[in-house]
Each structure stands twice: as C-alpha cells, then as structure tokens.
Design a protein. Sequence first.
Length: 301
Amino acid sequence: MPRTDLNLLIVLDSLLEECSVSKVAKRLNVTPPAISKSLNKLRDSFQDQILVRSGSILILTPLAQQLKPQIRNLVNNIDAVLNQTLSFEIDHQSLTFNVAANDLTIAMLNSAILADLQKQNKNVMLDFSWDHGGVDFLRQDKIDLYLGEPRSLSPEIKIRTIHRDNCLLIANKTHPILSQPLTFENLAACHFVSTKSKLNEEVDALFAAKGKKRKVVGITPGYLTTIETVLRTNTLAVVPAFFSHALGAGYQDAVTFESDFTLPQTSLVQAWHPRNDNSPSHKWLRDYIKEFLGRKIIQPG
C-alpha cells in the first residue's frame, strides 16, 4: 500500500471485521459513499477486490482473509504508539533534578526539602544552583526548573505562579526607625540596601511617584547578602513577605514590619521549558515543590 494510503488502514480493518459498507460507515461515523470510495482505493492499492458479493452479503477474498490478522496487529500497534504514556512511580525511582533559584530560596528549601524527602523515604536529589543571569538558560538541558521571583525568560517558557504576596521592610532590631512613626517621610530619610531584582526597580518607582529618591547605599547580588548587611548596619531593605518566613534562629536580630504606605507585591513562580511539560517525573517535581512551599513556607505551622 502506498505511504499516502496509510490512513485507510482503519477503514480496511473495519471492513475486514464487519464485511459491510453500511456497518463500517456507522462505526466510523461517516457516510456509506465515503466508505465505498475508500474501498475502491483499497482495491486499487492491493489489486484485489477485498470484498465480493455472495448473494445478499459481502465476503472476504482469500487475500483479504490473509490480510485480516496482519491489519488488526498493525492497527493495534498504531493505537499503542498513539496512546502510550511515560510510566512513572516516584517510590520506585532514583531521580536528580537541577533547580535554579536565588540564594534565599535555596536557603529556604535546601535542608528543609532534604529532610522532608528523607521522611517520606523518597530517593530524590535536588541539585540547587544560583539563578542564571540570561533569559535562555531553561532552553538548555542543565536546568530542569527555575524557582523564584518573576524575571525575563525565553517566550516559550512555561510559568506557574505558586504564591503572590506583599513585601515587607526589614531592619535590625536596634534601628532608630523602629522607635519612630513608620511614615513614608521617616522611611524616605533612611538608608537602604537593595537586592538586584525587578523588585528593586518597583520600589524605586514607588518612591519616585511620591516625589522622593530612595537613598540606596548598597546593592547586593542576593537576598541573604541583603539581610546580612541589614543586620550589621543601620540600613533598611525591602523583601517579599514569604521570604521572611525563612528567617530562623540565625536571624533573631532581624525585624520585619509594614509601613503606612503600600509596598509592591511580588510573586513566587516556577518556570520550565515546555519539553518537560508532560513529563510525569517533572510534573511530580513541580507539584511537590508547590505543595511543600504551601505547607512549610507560605503558611508555616
């Protein structure tokens, strides 16, 4: 049969099974003339009548009888190919995922997720690396998932928002601002440390909209460095509220607070290349991290 006639296999399989043009038409939800036209094409292709009339019924020719089990096997194989899914059972897998994130996200997750996976007896390793600077890093096979704030990424990248939250101000507990009214004017007079992120630009724009220029005395590459700087100086910083949940025993001198004006909101997102969209193991990773964050970080118990 010519390659262009492979779509006739389904019709042929049904004809060999039903031995009736009208029954096949009903089975395939098409008109009898359409099946008759297909039958004529099949006859031309095989140089055989396939079905011949015997009284009031149609019967198979010897070639058709020979073809019947072969065509059935072909159709079954096609169905198997078209309907196959990747098998995946997390309890029977040994998996490693490469996750790109900023420093504070890694600090929030690394030990906590390791402990959680061990508790669940999951043989899964998350290999965290610092957030890559370019927009195309998820196109490479080296990174399976990005986790962090929204950022510029390649246009085809899939993005899922895990959580959206307000931002907070952070200071060390001896900062003079904590003994003053937390007004915009008082805050605008303070020195700030800023983190390289889109949030930095949004906070500057907020101050500019109120006719002030924020007094930024330092810019850090990540939130952990920002917090460490705040703890050691009389500076303020703006951080996402969900990141403040990561401040454990090592940050008892840090105080987070709100002011009398609304700071920008920011999101925590997952991002991945669409090649992994339907991967069962990758879907498990995305869903697990989303559930874990909701359980331990976003709504800590």
